[in-house]
Design a protein around this ligand. Structure first.
Ligand SMILES: [Mn+2]
Length: 325
């Protein structure tokens, strides 16, 4: 729920701080990068000393946000304020987890319902589509003029987490915010291309392999898409190139749950889950120590492929049994 009081508390803290750090999560995405970058640009306009971190090398597709030029450039020993965005648990900051506890005040801004509230100030609103929506509100309240660069970063954040305004988390308010951002100069064309349309020849090769390996269970209610390390090697792709394909499993009428099991490194798997109507992806992911949202979640797991595959299939079947009632 929106909590203006808490936002005003964050604003007071920002106003009184000089050295501020901003960080998003590992396995970064458009929401994390867009939200952290937008706030970074806004705080620079307030003449703050700001550093932005992310323990990841973002995909080329996010370069338009401008983050690659500003990310992980400077690191001070201590910050007045450390602002964590879009990150449910502190360990998802990777190597920067240690840094937050050296700061005077930790502000935790997120939209994951399972957020661990590790900040001194926690602003968690799971009603909004993305952290981007919260950051838009925050920058407006800070009184900073939102230019086209900031608007594009926030638009990318929202568009990324809503799957270009197609997921269930897209609400009337999401469109109002997106409309405001377009008026402020957000470059919708560039966001649409880099987040949803751009391909490389290598990625097209990988996708065609993936389409050929869709597996169907429980009268086609469960779709599992395995991607092996050798597939990535043979096509010259990374895990990032597999993104979005997991949603395609749900395009089949009967599908309730779509799972992509990607062997990122030999015997190390990244698992992405998507669900359509009643099935809860978050619940399945939490069973394996992961998390996310009701319709989109994920986790990491290591070990023997067949064992992992069977465990995941069993949990998906359990969820189908559960939603029958
Ligand atoms: Mn997010």
């Amino acid at each position: 729920m929106k909590d203006i009081g808490a936002l005003l508390n964050i604003i007071e803290n920002i106003k009184h701080a000089q050295k501020i750090a901003i960080c998003g999560h590992i396995k970064t995405d458009a929401d994390s990068l867009g939200s952290t970058s937008a706030l970074y640009y806004a705080l620079l306009k307030m003449n703050k000393i700001v550093d932005i971190f992310c323990d990841d090398i973002p995909s080329f597709n996010y370069n338009f946000i401008g983050t690659s030029e500003i990310l992980n450039k400077n690191q001070k020993n201590k910050y007045d304020l450390f602002i964590v965005i879009d990150t449910a648990t502190a360990d998802r900051l990777g190597i920067y987890t240690k840094l937050i506890y050296k700061s005077a005040v930790i502000i935790n801004i997120d939209h994951h319902s399972g957020n661990a509230k590790f900040g001194n100030i926690n602003y968690i609103d799971s009603d909004v589509s993305s952290a981007g929506e919260i950051i838009f509100e925050l920058i407006k309240l800070l009184g900073v003029e939102i230019d086209a660069k900031i608007a594009t970063a926030i638009y990318a954040a929202i568009s990324g987490d809503t799957g270009c305004f197609t997921f269930d988390n897209t609400k009337p308010e999401t469109y109002y915010v997106a409309g405001d951002l377009l008026k402020l100069g957000a470059n919708m064309k560039i966001v649409n291309f880099y987040l949803f349309k751009r391909n490389t020849k290598n990625r097209l090769k990988l996708i065609s392999k993936m389409y050929n390996s869709f597996m169907y269970f429980e009268n086609d209610k469960i779709i599992i898409i395995p991607v092996f390390f050798k597939d990535l090697e043979e096509t010259g792709c990374s895990v990032y190139d597999t993104h979005t394909i997991v949603s395609h499993g749900l395009s089949i009428d009967s599908a309730e749950i779509s799972v992509m099991i990607t062997e990122e490194k030999p015997n190390k798997y990244t698992v992405s889950l998507r669900s359509k109507d009643k099935a809860d992806s978050n619940k399945i992911a939490m069973h394996f120590g992961g998390g996310g949202h009701a319709k989109a979640a994920g986790f990491n797991i290591s070990g023997d492929y067949n064992t992992i595959f069977n465990q995941i299939l069993t949990e998906c079947k359990n969820e189908l049994e559960f939603i029958k009632f």
